[in-house]
Design a protein around this ligand. Structure first.
Ligand code: NAD
Length: 247
């Protein structure tokens, strides 16, 4: 796979799956611009960890749930690079709670950061993709967006919403050579999952047929394929990277 000459944007690239995606797209020759919420040192670490120095890797602070932030972020990218070929909607959070204890703020924040951000980001890039007659939109959902999960009604709704959103975009823009696909990771070792209690981690592990947690790289490999020319005839799909968890 070769992404030379492509401009790729990754949301939430300062750590975890996002960092692995930035590194992979860089490795394949894309210019990568990524955003993060607050940890500038971690974002710099992502940039430093990229191995291909022949192309740029740029980080921006940007809250993907904030309409103005997203507008400014994409304006600066389009001013400098004049196009966006690939977008990986990865930034996400969880605020887990049982429904009867769930606060308004826990519901609202998760929907805004995980789902509304996909709408805001896609709306900003769709025109340039239409003009260039090329686009690869990739959305990071979750196994939980397919199956639901007790204690994660807000997170599951946001991730299920991403699937329906991506399929709608796939249908709207298929005729413009713009694809929209969803990656549904299972249990991937990142800071998001490291904070789970050991008992929950062990229970998950027992239910993964491959008997190991996933790595950011496992997800990044599929994202890179979906971003490539080789995936030109694939759109509106939800593909799991989960060691068999959701089958
Ligand atoms: P993480 O918590 O390690 O990293 C999240 C990233 O999102 C960080 O870079 C952070 O800066 C960024 N971010 C958070 N809120 C933001 C905001 N408002 N604006 C901009 N950036 C923001 O998480 P992760 O485990 O790497 O997860 C990445 C994505 O994959 C998320 O969408 C998550 O829901 C999804 N996912 C993760 C797993 C898993 O097991 N880790 C499983 C399924 C899906």
């Amino acid at each position: 796979m070769d992404l030379k000459g492509k401009i790729a944007v990754v949301t939430g690239g300062s750590r975890g799956i996002g960092r692995a995606v930035v590194r992979k797209l860089n490795c394949l020759g894309a210019t990568v611009i990524f955003n993060y919420l607050s940890n500038t040192a971690a974002a710099e670490e992502t940039v430093k960890s990229c191995s291909n120095n022949t192309v740029k890797v740029i980080s921006h602070r940007c809250d993907v749930s904030n309409v103005e932030d997203v507008r400014i972020f994409f304006k600066s990218i389009l001013d400098e690079f004049e196009k966006v070929d690939i977008v990986v909607n990865n930034a996400g959070i969880n605020r887990d709670n049982l429904l009867m204890r769930m606060k308004d703020e826990e519901w609202r924040k998760v929907i805004e950061v995980n789902l509304t951000s996909s709408f805001l980001v896609t709306r900003e890039v769709i025109k340039t993709m239409m003009r260039k007659k090329f686009g690869r939109l990739i959305y990071i959902s979750s196994v939980v967006g397919i199956r639901g999960n007790a204690g994660q009604a807000n997170y599951a709704a946001s991730k299920g919403g991403i699937i329906a959103f991506a399929k709608s975009i796939a249908q709207e823009y298929a005729g413009r050579n713009i694809t929209a696909n969803v990656v549904a990771p299972g249990f991937i070792e990142t800071e998001m999952t490291n904070k789970l209690p050991e008992s929950v981690r062990t229970k998950y592990l027992a239910s993964i047929p491959m008997k190991r947690y996933g790595k950011g790289e496992d997800v990044a490999n599929l994202v890179a394929f979906l971003a490539s020319e080789e995936a030109a005839y694939i759109t509106g799909q939800v593909i799991s990277v989960d060691g068999g968890l959701a089958m």
